[in-house]
Ligand binder design. Structure first.
Ligand SMILES: NC(=O)c1ccc[n+]([C@@H]2O[C@H](COP(=O)([O-])OP(=O)(O)OC[C@H]3O[C@@H](n4cnc5c(N)ncnc54)[C@H](O)[C@@H]3O)[C@@H](O)[C@H]2O)c1
Length: 371
């Protein structure tokens, strides 16, 4: 297998899973790491046996690096992605694609001009849970999708994340943080979005950090922390979505349910890769649990960039694409814009549903990914 050489920029909380990814996703060869805090990069390089620990500029100047994986905080996504493209590198970025909608468009434009790829998390929709759901929908098990409900009723990341300020600053909030998982899952199952309406609020002006090392420090909240709204899909289906960091009493709502003309599908947590999946078709009395038809059911972050690496080698479209992420970015802004203006927001972008993975794809049969 021809390996693709990768450099990682951003060595914080999420970097560990990407640094482990080449063990199973062998097409990825992580040759360099960088961080604005070079000591962090050095310590990750040592931990994972990577010979090059760089400043951002040094990594971008290394001619061996083909793909940059951008794992910086959302506020730095655009700048680091743009610098990577300008340095002639393909780039795959953690979600969201960028903060400002215009910036997402600029990245796609520069990538097209330079003949480079932009890929973007989440890649949970490529996991065994959501790929099995996609197959069930495509094979007609619930008929034509009519509607969906999707709920992320959380109490914020300040209880576990060591550095949680960015979740409450521009580019944070539950919609930009967790919305990408839900919206990407819905688009993968139902198709692109036509228009959105919504309402949003920040219920608490200040949050208290409960994790170490910043225990008891306060964060001023600059963004909506409870966002609710309605999505009209191009194909006619309608979905209700709530994302919240304001739910302190817990919730018993499901994650995602998809309602079709012939049945209902209970879709697993789109922030994860596995199941369980339940289905009940018209006339049936009981729910049936569906066995998963695809692998990658464990935390497989990195599968999206591995797919992009295969796509580069084989000259085909990649699935966790910039176009999909830019459509998701516009949708996330749409909830807040609709709330501010009191009007539906008509989408200006669209995207193709990404190609499904072949049935039975596992790490052992990864090269089937090109089918
Ligand atoms: N932590 C999670 O569980 C998780 C899960 C999924 C996705 N993500 C996403 O991953 C991204 C990173 O999250 P995290 O939790 O690892 O954050 P983090 O704050 O732990 O790490 C971010 C790292 O980026 C570095 N950095 C910041 N600005 C930079 C710049 N301009 N140039 C180079 N390095 C820079 C910081 O020094 C830090 O080491 C975010 O987009 C987040 O939404 C995080």
């Amino acid at each position: 297998m021809k390996k693709v050489k990768v450099g990682i920029i951003g060595c914080g909380n999420i970097s560990a899973i990407y640094l482990q990814a080449p063990k199973t996703l062998e097409i990825l060869d992580v040759i360099a790491v960088a961080d604005i805090d070079v000591e962090r990069a050095k310590s990750k390089a040592e931990e994972y046996g990577i010979s090059k620990a760089y400043t951002v500029e040094e990594l971008l100047a290394d001619p061996e690096v083909e793909i940059v994986i951008n794992l910086t905080i959302p506020g730095a996504h655009f700048e680091v992605c743009m610098k990577a493209l300008e340095a002639g590198k393909h780039v795959y970025v953690e979600k969201p694609l960028s903060i400002e909608l215009e910036d997402g468009k600029k990245l796609l434009q520069v990538a097209v001009e330079k003949g480079l790829r932009v890929g973007c998390a989440p890649d949970t929709f490529l996991g065994g849970g959501l790929q099995t759901c996609r197959k069930l929908v495509d094979d007609g098990w619930i008929g034509e999708p009519i509607a969906a409900t999707a709920f992320m009723m959380g109490n914020g990341p300040e209880g576990w994340h060591p550095d949680p300020e960015f979740f409450y600053k521009k580019g944070g909030g539950p919609m930009l943080d967790i919305g990408p998982y839900y919206l990407t899952a819905l688009i993968n199952l139902i198709g692109p979005i036509k228009r959105i309406t919504g309402s949003a609020r920040a219920s608490f002006p200040e949050r208290t950090i409960l994790s170490q090392p910043k225990y008891k420090q306060k964060i001023t909240v600059d963004v909506p922390t409870h966002t609710t709204g309605i999505i009209d899909f191009e194909g006619g289906a309608i979905a209700t979505l709530i994302t919240s960091f304001d739910i302190f009493g817990g919730s018993k709502l499901p994650r995602i349910e998809l309602y079709g003309t012939e049945g209902t599908l209970v879709v697993p947590d789109p922030n994860e890769f596995g199941g369980p999946i339940f289905i009940k078709r018209r006339g049936e009395k009981e729910w049936s649990q569906v066995p998963l038809s695809h692998g990658f059911t464990e935390n497989s972050r990195g599968i999206g960039v591995a797919d992009m690496a295969f796509a580069i080698v084989n000259n085909r479209p990649h699935r966790a694409s910039g176009e999909l992420a830019n459509h998701v970015l516009e949708a996330m802004h749409a909830f807040h814009l609709a709330s501010e203006t009191g009007q539906h927001y008509e989408m200006t972008t669209s995207c193709e549903r990404p190609a499904p993975f072949p049935v039975g794809l596992t790490k052992e049969t990864l090269e089937l990914i090109n089918r």
